[in-house]
Design a protein around this ligand. Sequence first.
Ligand SMILES: [Zn+2]
Length: 287
Amino acid sequence: MTPQADPKQLIEHARRNGYAVGAYNMHNEETTEALVWAAERAQSPIFLQVGRAIIPHMGVRRAFEMTRRVAERSNAKYVIHLDHGSWDEVLEAVRLGFSSVMYDGAHLPFEENIATTRRLVEIAHAYGIPVEAELGKIPDAGESVNWEDYYTDVEEARRFVAETGIDYLAISVGIVHGVIPGIPQAPISIQRIREIKAATGIPLVLHGASGLSDREIQEARAAGIHKFNADTDLRHAFRAGLEAVFAQGDRQLEEAMAEGRSRMIEATMMKMRQYGCAGAAPLAKAA
Ligand SMILES: [Zn+2]
């Protein structure tokens, strides 16, 4: 039985060695296996994320228990992370045994977001659990936006981190949640990443990393991003596997899901190489 790794240690190892760790959403047993098996094969640390879509589908507890069951019987170096949790969901995740949580107070006025996040940080830290938060607005794919309005403000980031005590900060620098195939994303602002990094001093996180080019990933890593959240590309890989099998006519669901799983393993391993975390699991162990 492999227990969860220490997320702070994983991120710190990534920071010291200039790579980033990937965080990917699980959606069912097969996608959880795809992520865990990719981590084993690539010898990569991994954040297994319970994301927004699965909570109305099966609830935080079932999603956590499924993820833990699959991960525990592997040799992967993993942590189970709650993505975009509400107040209640973060508390539930802390009780259940997640080793990392993200609280999303973006709907609150800034001062209230600081106060609420700080209270959750106090609770989570009492259990040894690090907290991620997001600042700046991240639009959904397809929205047309004036990017300057969406970027994380450097001064707000400095205050937010100093006053809440969060461990990692997710920022908005030109990325979107979700990706629409065929529509290129706006280029991300590497300069803004550097400025936020200098102002906050903590590891930064980029959500919506599916739409980024190789070069942007490299530059973002060098500028201070040490966790990338990517879901869309992996979901598309799984779906392409299902579609390829069903394109041949009526087939067993198991055959389709096995093909989806194997394509998702390949897509996940590709991300791990891009983020520089492939091969890092044994090294992070020694840290
Ligand atoms: Zn996000």
